[in-house]
Design a protein around this ligand. Sequence first.
Ligand code: GLY
Ligand code: MN
Length: 467
Amino acid sequence: MTEETPQEKPAASHDPKRPAKLLEFMSTGWADRSADLPAEGAAAPFRAERRRRLAEQFPGEVLVIPSGRLKVRSNDTDYPFRPGSDFAWLAGSFEPDAVLVIDADGTATLFQAPSWDRTTPAFFTDRNGELWVGPRPSLDAVTAELGITARPLEELEKLQGTAARVLQGYDEAAAAFFESSEQADKELATWLSEARLVKDEWEVAQLQEAVNATIKGFEDVARALPQAVETSERWAEGVFGLRARVEGNDVGYGSICAAGSHACTLHWTDNDGPVVPGELILLDMGVEGNELYTADVTRTLPVNGTWTPRQREVYELVYRSQEAALAECKPGNSFLDPHKAAMRVLAEGLEAMGIVESAQEVLADDDKRYSRWTLHGVSHMLGLDVHDCAHARDEVYRDGPLLPGYVLTVEPGLYFQPDDLLVPEDLRGIGVRIEDDVLITEDGYRNLSAALPRDPDAVETWMASLR
Ligand code: GLY
Ligand code: MN
């Protein structure tokens, strides 16, 4: 045995050398691991059904869905690992480098690294080894919990050269084992996105949990606004991040904590600006739960708990536009109907404020000048990804009908840039967005985030109650 093991990378770090005597010593004297197996998880039957439908869609074909790989953040430090959403939807393992293979006969096998053994030194020399980052479950435990046969990752090599459809973009090394075509792979990605549009009951429960944790996070932040005033928007980001890490896996996307005119920047995530009493703060934040489903909720709050008349005027207009959009959330309506309803209300409001001359004129498909102040679409699908089902075809998603089981955001906004010469001066720098997460039901919708106040009076009452 050499002094440095083959598993060790050449010393980028400056760890102490490990003599052969130590390596040998470390391989002895450990108790046997518990052979107890976990019970099957609650999600296992749902994932089995999804895999069955997938296999049925591509009969007689081998389908390959990798979990993804660790990504370097800097030098020898990686980003926290989060498996790809399609893999999570089908397999449920949290291991990097794992690969789900569905055979031509529909049998699923999960290839992933087994638990560390102590006969080789990697378990304590490798920076991803057990004594550095904690144990990995045994393949028997994975099989029991997920209800999929788990095999050692190295056995994937046996499939070298197999014709397959591969979910691309997650693991080039694993993809290289298989013979696949761009078109066939794309069809697999599209099918997965479209299949994920309708959430099953277990997924709806996960989303509701993520929303509930998010609502607690909004309460935390509203209560902590005085400290944000003392420091910066970062205080709000940090407080929400604490809730996200305690109640879930993480935030589902970079929290947007946009005080004052930062609210006019749609994805303001620098969060390094001042929070000023008398101004507004736009908070767009979502907890990603432990099963990786994320909420996506926005509230715009008066920092000191009370609207000025002008702030309230803008807020009420956005609120009315959201109500109009929500009323269009029902099966059979098109995905764009809530958007169109909100835009009508906003354009009419802009006309009433003297900002556009004629709502009717700017609402025309070949005009849309109102969008200077509304900027974005009102909805996107929500699930394992904040912008869920990204590979669904336009005819199914954007131009398709809403169906029971869809979960989407309803999030109109109005944004008056601080240097916009086309709006009255006292509106410049005001940005308002209100966003809720909605489940389409058999006869309408259920607002999963309804417990978080959004009516302008209720917002003031709620903020006063938290102080
Ligand atoms: N929450 C950010 C977005 O929907 O783009
Ligand atoms: Mn959103």
